[in-house]
Ligand binder design. Sequence first.
Ligand code: AHG
Ligand code: MN
Ligand code: MN
Length: 323
Amino acid sequence: MKVKTLGQFIIERQADFPFAKGELSRLLRDIGIAAKIVNREVSKAGLVEILGDTGTVNIQGESVKKLDVFANDQFIAAFKAGGEVRAIASEENEHIITVGNTNSKYLVAIDPLDGSSNIDVNVSVGTIFSIYRCNTEQAEAQESDFFQIGRHQIAAGYVIYGSSCMLVYTTGHGVNGFTLDPSIGEFCLSHPDLKTPEQGMVYSINEGNRLQFSSGIQNYINQCHARGFASRYIGSGVADIHRNLLKGGIFMYPATQKATQGKLRLLYECNPLAMIVEQAGGSATNGLVSILDIPIQSLHQRTPLFIGSKHMVQEAQQYLKQG
Ligand code: AHG
Ligand code: MN
Ligand code: MN
């Protein structure tokens, strides 16, 4: 069987960007390398004392796991060494990190480890990344350089550390998925030109929050029950959204009485996932407008999220309008 590695694919696709000089290709390659290192640690987590909490909380007020820190350090080190990134915004850091590459063109926003509450129990976790052009005139990138709508992303993707490790990304020309072949240590093209079904039979939401949802959401959930949809929610956003992308379905993290803006972060969770899902033919909204058009004013801004199969997101929005 003829395999195509991520490296070969990236070089082939460089022609999609006639004025690019290979920086984006090198940046994507660097992400692939860091992902392999994180995957290696995730897969032997129980053996190398990397499970559990660090004992600190991050800017989100959530407890930081040792693997959160490890993954964050790996990606930052890869961007520093690779030289293609001017600054990084990470879930694990309150402010942006400038890595001294003052001539580089790109900004990266990253959730180094998504679903970290699942690490200790051997459930899939992931990494989510988003790449923007750095438009600043100044040598040192500023936080405000990251305040671009999601539609301006140059590329976005995620890695899922699951029963196999996959990297899925888009540069705005469709979505392609690569599976890590551990025997050769390479991501190989396994899901070319991914398209998501327009209608699915799965809904994903933390129903434990049901009493805190608006009546519109509660009515939509009743409708999912009435239609016999399956409920699937593992609590790792990447894993839930990846499953729904392949099989069809809707993932929802609405506003609750406690979290009035929802839980998920616009810059490094919702925008990249929205770009992937839209590129695969699905939709992503906050209930009113496309995620990719939401203005951003702060690095860790949250938003409600409804993402997945087009018809399901449309229908959920109809219910939301009713209250
Ligand atoms: P993170 O581990 O990066 O903080 O993200 C966790 C997110 C997301 O992966 C998941 O969909 C959601 O939190 C689950 O939240 P609930 O436990 O509130 O359902
Ligand atoms: Mn996350
Ligand atoms: Mn995280």
